[in-house]
Design a binder for this molecule. Structure first.
Ligand code: KIV
Ligand code: ZN
Length: 528
């Protein structure tokens, strides 16, 4: 039997706190559900003292998670720990994750405290957290740039105070595999009782070594990896979960494994992309669009003869369906429903109807519909925010010699509104026409378009990020016509902004906090 390595997923904490990856409460809950489905051992759902939004996310994920344990982050203070516990206490398996920096550079310039003080605060935090919660993880922030003798003392104090997991973060992504392995070895040799706790690693990817460093540490006996989906996280990101999981799966002689259901990897990665509007680079290991694509003729020939010639793992092992033709325009609701079920989506009647209408629209324009298209349709069709404005018509003209213009007709309740505008290109003209109808203007921060499958008639998926000045909203839509997708993506973001503003007016306590408690830097803008 292989040795099991625990997967501690911090997509919703370290990942979500990086710019461009913010999620709202519903999105975090949806992501947490998928993480459970994926089989992660622990979901770190947020940093409860940092903002009301983080608190609510940890509380909600704690209430809902049934299989995975839920962790909440806290600095080594009673205030932070109490707040984390308040959010975590409903969880079936709660974990308080408390941390303090141990490197001299952090002590001197950030914390302005002595080594003795930090040693005492670390132990006291763990002791206090243990009075509330059976499982307490202690992290020595910036461990890899800390004096090893001092780190041994702090870890010893945390173990003696009752920590059940000790985490050794490479906070700034500075370490290299041999050095990190040696640090883990030193701790295992020098800290009394370390064999009674789980030794955890948490690597950042500033030098592109996060996965290699985590792997080296596991070879030295670490048995928990902190990582994120798609490797998102502070700066260059955290160790990518899918890469580590597939290292163990692909190399069974290592005798290491995780509880991850690898067939859920692709769906989880895709969900995160859709929720955040940010896609992974095409050549990203495991989940990039080219990860299983063989372009060179000699490779294609080999793969056709025997996939093992050039494939070390199958696309199916990460849940990537072959891009097979699945349905045509004459397929009915029933066929669509069973195909969705096969793809792992169980839709209620209302959602199936929405997806079916979208499917008919796409099938009218596109001869062949692939599984990838269906995933796009289902994720596009099931947007949960109520549509204040519904798109009825969009028409635009453009070209390199013409002034671009667009006409848009929207329905609000039982009323219809039509307006037109000129703009800097047809998409800009559409957005201006929409703004004229809604009477609001937003700053367009980001616009991206990608095709879901190959071919001229592929579905185009558009993501936009707009800002009201204080808050950002992501919109998404898919269509075989990119002007249609662009207009609906913008309208989707506008509808979210309107819905959120209405909720803010009703519940002032929902207002996102602007200050993050953790680092003292201005809180990133909340994205809703
Ligand atoms: O990178 C880091 O040091 C962290 C800790 C809070 C675990 O994210
Ligand atoms: Zn981190």
């Amino acid at each position: 039997m292989p040795d099991l390595v625990r997967i501690f997923d911090t997509t919703l904490r370290d990942g979500e706190q990086s710019p461009g990856f913010s999620l709202n409460l519903d999105e975090k809950v949806k992501m947490a559900e998928q993480l459970e489905q994926l089989g992660v051992d622990i979901i770190e759902a947020g940093f409860p003292i940092a903002s009301e939004g983080d608190f609510q996310a940890v509380r909600e994920v704690s209430r809902q998670a049934r299989k995975s344990a839920v962790a909440g982050l806290a600095r080594a203070t009673r205030g932070d720990i109490d707040r984390a516990w308040e959010a975590l206490k409903h969880a079936k398996h709660p974990i308080i994750h408390t941390f303090i920096a141990t490197s001299d550079i952090h002590l001197q310039f950030k914390l302005r405290r002595s080594r003795e003080q930090i040693l005492e605060e670390a132990a006291e935090a763990v002791r206090y957290a243990r009075t509330l919660c059976d499982e307490v993880e202690f992290s020595a922030e910036d461990a890899t740039r800390s004096d090893v003798d001092y780190l041994v003392q702090v870890v010893q104090a945390a173990v003696d105070a009752g920590a059940s997991t000790i985490n050794i973060p490479d906070t700034v992504g500075y370490t290299i595999p041999d050095e990190y392995a040696a640090l883990i070895r030193a701790l295992r040799e020098r800290v009394r009782g370390i064999d009674k706790v789980v030794l955890s690693v948490h690597c950042h990817n500033d030098l592109g070594l996060a996965v290699a460093n985590s792997f080296a540490a596991v070879r030295e006996g670490a048995r928990q990896i902190e990582c994120t989906i798609n490797g998102i996280g502070e700066r260059a990101g955290n160790a990518s979960m899918e890469e580590l999981v597939m290292v163990f799966r692909t190399r069974p002689t290592l005798n290491l494994d995780t509880r991850i259901r690898s067939e859920e990897i692709y769906r989880t990665s895709r969900l995160l992309c859709n929720l955040t509007g940010t896609f992974v680079q095409p050549n990203k290991a495991i989940v990039g669009r080219n990860a299983f694509a063989h372009e060179a003729g000699i490779h294609q020939d080999g793969v056709l003869k025997n996939p093992l010639t050039y494939e070390i793992m199958t696309p199916q092992s990460i849940g990537l369906k072959e891009n097979t033709l699945v349905l045509g325009k004459h397929s009915g609701r029933h066929a669509l429903d069973s195909k969705f079920k096969e793809l792992g989506y169980s839709l209620n009647k209302e959602d199936l109807e929405k997806a079916y209408l979208l499917f008919c629209k796409v099938a009218d324009r596109k001869k062949q519909i692939y599984e990838e298209d269906l995933i796009t349709i289902v994720q596009d069709g099931l947007q949960e925010i109520p549509e204040t404005y519904h798109m009825l018509l969009v028409q635009s003209t453009g070209g390199n010699q013409a002034v671009s213009s667009a006409s848009v007709r929207l329905r609000k309740g039982s009323e219809e509104f039509t307006d037109s505008a000129v703009g800097d290109g047809p998409v800009d003209a559409c957005y201006k026409a929409i703004d004229r109808i809604t009477g609001r203007t937003y700053r367009l921060l980001d616009y991206s378009v990608r095709s879901t499958t190959k071919g001229k008639d592929s579905i185009g998926e558009v993501f936009v990020r707009i800002s009201t000045g204080k808050i950002e909203y992501i919109g998404r839509a898919a269509s075989t016509d990119i002007i249609d997708a662009s207009a609906r993506a913008y309208l989707n973001a506008v509808n979210k902004a309107i819905y959120h503003q209405q909720r803010l007016a009703l519940q002032p306590e929902d207002r996102p906090a602007r200050q993050r408690g953790g680092s003292g830097r201005p809180r990133r803008q909340a994205t809703v």
